[in-house]
Write a protein that binds this ligand. Structure first.
Ligand code: NAD
Length: 259
């Protein structure tokens, strides 16, 4: 995609899932990429299969880990043009009165503190580079209410508020900030969400999956590559006038009510 060759990119949680597909797509577009993750097996898999992608074990919710990530990434890349705040966890599933404070806090910490900590560290580097692009991973749960997923929905709505505010704050310095709202991506994560939902409702896994598919116009889950395509578009020259947006890639979600 136009204008990505030679760009210096950090993708958080880039050793698996959407982050991994995005990191590889940037490399394939000629960019230089550094990822962090907390899963050492996934990091070892990156080292084995895509050794050109720089990598470090770092938890985005921990300030000292984010410092180590940026020290290593900046040493490897020599600067920064693009930050993809991809790290996020689903958090606990259940009626609000059943949730404990630790689960609530951990979900907000990875999704929101992590995005804040990485963005705060990236901005001076993006300014030094003469401008750049930040993409934050929200969710359709950042656009609709999502019963029984209060911590996650709260965090993902927060990501959109952060994105719109940062776009205004950083736009005059040439930094664009957008959020992407994926629908459920095919793979182990949505299978875990479906299993947890089925446990809460007592419905079968198959009934629960069918109910999730009925929430969008195309009756589909999305692929990680669909999300990566939108991230690359936003960070390329094709997206040069786009900022402050929350863009859904979700088959046309109409509701997150699945029962
Ligand atoms: P995933 O569950 O597949 O995890 C990807 C990677 O994140 C894993 O390798 C994991 O080790 C790493 N990770 C987890 N916590 C971390 C932390 N604190 N610091 C660093 N790395 C960490 O994730 P995914 O499904 O690819 O989701 C990526 C992003 O997209 C998240 O922000 C998620 O909320 C969002 N999202 C995903 C879906 C979906 O259906 N997969 C839908 C909407 C939004």
């Amino acid at each position: 995609m136009q204008g990505l060759a030679g760009k210096r990119v950090i993708v958080t949680a880039g050793a698996a899932g959407i982050g991994r597909v995005t990191a590889e797509a940037f490399v394939d577009a000629g960019a230089r990429v550094f990822v962090c993750d907390i899963d050492d097996r996934a990091l070892a898999d990156v080292a084995a299969k895509r050794p050109e992608i720089g990598r470090i074990h770092a938890d985005v919710a921990r300030e000292e880990d984010v410092e180590r990530l940026f020290a290593a990434a900046l040493a490897a890349l020599g600067g920064l043009d693009i930050l993809v705040n991809n790290a996020g966890i689903a958090g606990p599933t259940g009626p609000v009165e059943s949730l404990d404070l630790a689960g609530w806090k951990h979900c907000l910490a990875v999704n929101l503190d992590g995005t804040f900590l990485c963005t705060r560290r990236a901005v001076p580097e993006l300014v030094k580079a003469g401008g750049g692009s930040i993409v934050n991973l929200s969710s359709t749960a950042g656009l609709f209410g999502f019963p029984n997923r209060t911590p996650y929905a709260t965090a993902k709505w927060g990501i959109i508020g952060l994105t719109k505010t940062l776009a205004m704050e950083l736009g005059p310095r040439g930094i664009r900030v957008n959020a992407i709202c994926p629908g459920p991506v095919e793979g182990p994560r949505i299978e875990r969400v479906i299993a947890a939902d089925a446990q809460v409702t007592g419905r079968s896994i198959e009934e629960t999956r069918a109910a999730y598919l009925r929430t969008n116009a195309l009756r589909t889950f999305v692929e990680a590559r669909d999300i990566a395509n939108m991230i690359l578009f936003l960070c390329s020259d094709l997206g040069r006038r786009i900022t402050g947006q929350a863009i859904a890639v979700d088959g046309g979600t109409e509701t997150l009510r699945t029962r």
